[in-house]
Design a protein around this ligand. Structure first.
Ligand code: IVH
Length: 697
């Protein structure tokens, strides 16, 4: 073999080796909760595989561990038919109903074993495996058809992409729940609040919303998890549900540890009673117990109704709630000026903690529930961070109670509140002078995910503001050592720390600067999309609302917020000062393959033969073009794969937008001169298959 061929086969062998190693590490980390290598070592191996895949894209495995990182390109979800319908479950809410169900079952089949399981509170998923490899992940949809969310599901560490062990059928579907553990949920909501976005109501909504995200990179960061509880196949190795699930565990799936075979109603009731309490210490949300007939033969005898199997039932837990008195309501003002009412309660014990405060979302909620001061109210913890008021106990309402009068003026600065169309919340419009808004914006600006100015915490910001040194984010770059030294409670070291942090922040990349500005609804991810799309702040500032909506992930609401931000001359003045201070207001250009698509706006639509839609979009960017989400007159051409939607095609034809097929598109970019210097004689590659240290794995 010649040197080049040898290197090639070594590289391919190394790719296969890395795939196996990284998947093993993933399994140990996500399923066994037992990491065997450091994050640093893992990242180094992953990067090595990414580099090899970039070099040999034709040899990259679609189930490669690199796919778990996700892609920042958007994808539409294809609707696919379920081979086995995805049914839901009949619910019972009381011991009597459960008893009736058990009686019905024992009348029809004898000698029954039941399996009791936790009912996970997330969103259902069906995973298809062919010869041990993950083929497809589909949501429940209407039970007959669901959305293909494979790319997003691949980012979930506990979902095996290749199976381990043996004995699995050549083709099977395995179903379970994708859920968001409390820790991920709390982190997500902290991030959303920091970005001025409404927090997610509960982990279930957060899981379902995340799974339908257009960008798998966003999904990868959200910390979803997946547990499996049902297998469907024409050929299964065992005759009972529990045996097959135990087998599935050996194939690499995360299967709940908390399942129990029960033979009597008493045993089932004991399991329910135990978990009704114990579930509170689980790190994820559950909303009941599922009871299933264990034997497949008996399941077949019992059959199904149109909606649900007769051989299974869900016993739903009562949401935990407590009754207490509403003492007063505070109104918090956020950095965007949004007003959030917070209830002060007489302290009450609820789900293991003492509750003194509860959230009330807005004025409408107060009106709908007719909440009044002095009322006895029910508070519930539904997985939310703070409990919420769900109902008023009218029988205990004081005789002299009066309807609640919502505030009309800002509790901080006294400005008259406004209510924007389509917004549930009231806002204080005095963004320039209202203290919590000013301080909130500065705190956001210096935050770790924004400009990351260490040493400048909330207290110091307030101190600087009180001493007239900090009125807006641009003032940060005018702070000087003398000023800081004059402040009480601020040592020399802290002052130096702040100034170092301020200096270092000038190197923060544009997308983070854009996020730091604190434009409403422009969170970390949206800022990244907008920065990539428009490349400079000036381009964003000049874009019309319509042009802004053309960027991926930018809906009308965000586009309007951006337009309004730049329409305000106070914001423009601050940006000018930040520019003079030397902050980055342009994206750093990546090396391009060619300029063939320079200035061209492209829509990629449908399914392609040679490459995935995400790969096609990456090619557009590599060759200098821009991806647009929707067909409009601003689109230069569409690359249409198989099954491009007829509505899209019609619109394109009406607007006279050129439609290219995959081959024509490839010809367009392949013929283009490269922007890189190409050596005439390819250099032999220096990468060699590295032996892996036995101790690590
Ligand atoms: S079995 C044909 N088992 O609850 C039986 N479902 O309310 C399929 N769920 O759609 C479902 N935990 O999304 C089953 N241990 C468990 C479950 C479970 C949560 C969900 C599932 C289902 C919904 C019905």
């Amino acid at each position: 073999m010649r040197v080049r061929e040898m290197t090639h086969s070594n590289d391919i062998a190394r790719m296969r080796e890395l795939e196996v190693l990284l998947e093993r590490c993933n399994y140990q980390y996500y399923v066994e909760n037992n990491p065997t290598i450091s994050d640093f070592e893992f990242d180094a191996l992953l990067r090595e595989l990414q580099d090899l895949e970039a070099k040999y894209p034709e040899n990259a495995d679609p189930n490669s561990p690199t796919r778990r990182v996700g892609s920042d390109l958007t994808s539409e979800f294809e609707s696919v038919e379920h081979r086995y319908a995805m049914q839901s479950l009949a619910n019972t809410y009381s011991s009597e109903e459960l008893g009736e169900w058990i009686e019905r079952i024992t009348r029809e089949v004898s000698d029954v074993e039941f399996v009791c399981e936790l009912k996970f509170d997330g969103t259902a998923i069906s995973l298809t495996y062919e010869n041990g490899a993950l083929q497809r992940a589909v949501t429940r949809g209407d039970g007959k058809r669901g959305d293909d969310v494979t790319n997003n599901v691949r980012t979930i560490g506990s979902v095996p992409m290749k199976l381990r062990g043996e004995g699995y059928p050549a083709h099977f579907e395995i179903r379970g729940e994708i859920f968001m553990p409390y820790a991920s949920f709390d982190r997500l909501n902290r991030e959303r609040e920091a970005a001025g976005e409404a927090p997610m109501a509960n982990p279930r909504n957060a899981a379902a919303g995340t799974l339908k995200q257009q960008s798998s990179q966003v999904v990868a960061r959200r910390g979803l998890d997946c547990t499996l509880y049902h297998i469907a196949s024409d050929t299964l190795p065992f005759a009972t549900h529990i045996e097959n699930l135990e087998a599935a565990r050996t194939w690499g799936f995360k299967v709940s540890e908390h399942m129990k075979v029960c033979r009597t109603r008493e045993e089932i009731e004991t399991f329910i009673a135990y978990w009704d309490t114990e579930r509170k210490s689980l790190p994820y949300a559950t909303d009941g117990i599922v009871i299933k007939v264990n034997s497949y033969a008996q399941q077949r005898t019992l059959g199904s109704t149109a909606k649900a199997p007769r051989w299974a039932v869900a016993y739903k837990f009562q949401a935990e709630r407590a009754l207490t008195r509403l003492v007063s309501v505070d109104f918090q003002v956020g950095r965007t000026g949004a007003i959030t009412p917070v209830a002060n309660l007489e302290p009450v014990q609820l789900a293991g903690t003492i509750v003194k405060r509860a959230s009330i979302h807005n004025a409408d909620q107060i009106a709908t529930l007719d909440i009044r001061l002095g009322d006895m109210v029910y508070v519930e913890k539904g997985g939310e961070i703070i409990p919420k008021i769900t109902e008023v106990e009218l029988s205990e309402r004081p005789a002299d109670s009066k309807p609640f009068e919502y505030i009309t003026h800002c509790p901080e600065c006294g400005s008259e509140l406004v209510r924007y169309e389509g917004e549930a919340k009231h806002f204080c419009p005095n963004s320039a002078e209202c203290k919590p808004q000013i301080l909130g914006r500065i705190v956001h600006f210096v935050g770790r995910k924004a400009m990351d100015i260490e040493g400048l915490g909330g207290e110091t910001i307030e101190l600087l503001w009180e001493n007239g040194m900090l009125k807006n984010i641009a003032d940060i770059y005018d702070l000087n050592p003398q000023q800081l030294a004059s402040l009480p409670r601020l040592g020399e070291k802290s002052a130096a720390n702040i100034l170092d942090g301020v200096r270092a922040s000038k190197g923060v990349p544009f997308e983070r600067v854009l996020f730091a500005l604190g434009i409403r609804f422009v969170g970390e991810t949206t800022a990244k999309y907008i920065a990539t799309h428009f490349r400079t702040l000036d381009a964003i500032a000049e874009a019309t609302t319509e042009q802004l909506s053309e960027a991926e992930e930018v809906g009308a609401k965000i586009a309007v917020a951006i337009t309004e931000y730049f329409a305000d001359e106070r914001n423009r003045a601050i940006i000018e000062r930040l520019k003079s201070a030397g902050l980055k207001f342009e994206i750093e250009e990546k090396q391009r393959s060619s300029n063939a698509l320079e200035g061209k706006s492209v829509v990629i639509s449908g399914k392609f033969v040679g490459r995935s839609r995400d790969d096609m979009k990456a090619l557009v960017e590599e060759h200098g073009g821009r991806n647009l989400a929707a067909v409009s007159a601003n689109v230069d051409f569409i690359v249409a794969g198989e099954n491009m939607g007829p509505a899209k095609r019609q619109k394109a034809e009406k607007l006279g937008v050129t439609i290219l097929n995959e081959e024509e598109f490839m010809a367009l970019i392949e013929g283009a001169p490269t922007t890189e210097h190409t050596p005439t004689e390819p250099e032999p590659t220096k990468v060699e298959a590295k032996p892996i240290q036995g101790t690590l794995f």
